[in-house]
Write a protein that binds this ligand. Structure first.
Ligand code: KG4
Ligand code: ZN
Length: 366
């Protein structure tokens, strides 16, 4: 069941929780009138991950033009906007405040209501966007697997804004594991798309990495898989070192550079991806079966992963929902949609609200 407004409601969404500065205008929680994303990926790639100080400075430069462009592309000015939804958390504190201050400034100048949105709830609402007769949003109750660079959560979604978080990661998030393993294999940042690409024609059964099942819980742990990849790489480098010593003699060991060892990078990446996907899919389906849910939603940056999408669809007997790729990674359209449901539910926030960098979806209430 979805809530029906009496008239058209347009929400301006603003997102700046990590390394994407984004703004979007969404009509009635589904129709995207504009969706502008300024990514900082190239900037952070040289550091192998997000550099928080640089991220907030880039947000400061990008936020005004991005918002202006979103309104322009929607052929609207602020008088056509009913509410401003902005990511309040979780995320990098210095990045969150840039979007929040922009939203507050606009709200103060125009008198438009302000709605602080949880970023994970935004990911969860992404399948409500651009729906059609073929691509309908999930039916309640369903199980959501939210997998991003900072979070890995299994959530029972009973109704709009009615959640129970069943499990989460005890250490690394799935996306974080992709990023760390990609760095180890010199594949660049962000790691997820790089690992997916190089895995395409590789042997996913070449190596068997451990799966942490965390029995009796819906929780995850990915640090063991990551460490196991590190051990394999070190082991392969040590073997190459022995061959070098046998060939050139121990007196020449100073000329041996472990970084020049040719590793079976594609097979390692594919086997790593296989182990992460196996755990994510098996545990999500188990939760769906336990709670009698016939539908599963995968959302967040890692939901762009082809192997994850395909394996979940193959193994689950019910319906699997995945947002289109451009809505999997961070964007403001999803924030506008979540904000729309909060706004219809009567939620608005005052101009003195603060960022919540560690805001858990488990604490959200209707
Ligand atoms: O949701 P998101 O854009 O930002 C956060 O809220 O964290 O997720 C970013 C994460 C990164 O860790 C990135 O490596 C991962 O999503 N990612 C992927 C893929 N595309 C992005 N992981 C696996 N396969 C992909 N195709
Ligand atoms: Zn995200």
């Amino acid at each position: 069941m979805s809530i029906q407004p009496e008239h058209t409601i347009r929400i301006l969404g603003i997102e700046s929780s990590c390394d994407e500065t984004a703004a979007a205008v969404v009509e009635n929680g589904t129709k995207i009138l504009s969706n502008v994303v300024a990514t900082q990926i190239d900037l952070h790639a040289q550091y192998g991950g997000v550099f928080p100080e640089l991220a907030s400075r880039e947000h400061i430069k990008a936020i005004y033009p991005v918002v202006e462009q979103a309104l322009k592309k929607a052929h609207l000015d602020l008088s056509g906007i009913d509410a401003i939804a902005v990511t309040r958390g979780p995320g990098l504190p210095g990045s969150l405040v840039v979007g929040i201050n922009m939203a507050k400034g606009l709200a103060l100048a125009s008198g438009i209501p302000l709605v602080g949105v949880n970023h994970m709830e935004g990911h969860l609402y992404s399948p409500w966007l651009e729906t059609s007769e073929e691509t309908t949003p999930p039916n309640f109750p369903f199980i959501a697997l939210i997998v991003s660079g900072g979070h890995t959560e299994i959530v029972l979604v009973r109704d709009h804004m009615d959640y129970e978080r069943l499990g989460s990661t005890q250490d690394d998030a799935a996306g974080e594991a992709f990023d760390k393993v990609a760095r180890l294999l010199n594949l660049g940042y962000p790691g997820g798309p790089a690992i997916q690409k190089i895995s395409a024609d590789a042997n996913k059964n070449a190596f068997r990495f451990p799966r942490s099942w965390m029995p009796g819980t819906h929780d995850f742990s990915f640090s063991g898989i990551k460490t196991s990849v590190l051990h394999l790489v070190t082991d392969l480098q040590n073997r190459a070192k022995k061959v070098w010593i046998n060939t050139y003699g121990v007196q020449n060991i100073k000329n041996f550079d472990p970084k020049t060892v040719k590793l079976p990078v594609a097979d390692i990446a594919a086997s790593f991806q296989e182990s992460v996907v196996d755990v994510l899919v098996t545990k999500t389906i188990k939760a769906a079966e336990e709670y009698g849910c016939k539908e599963i939603l995968i959302a967040g940056g890692v939901s762009a992963n082809k192997a994850l999408r395909e394996t979940m669809t193959e193994r689950f007997s019910g319906k699997v929902h995945v947002p289109p790729i451009y809505l999997c990674t961070d964007n403001a359209a999803m924030i506008a949609t979540a904000g729309y449901h909060r706004f219809l539910n009567g939620q608005t926030d005052s101009l003195d609200f603060d960022a919540l960098p560690t805001w858990s979806i488990a604490s959200l209430q209707k």
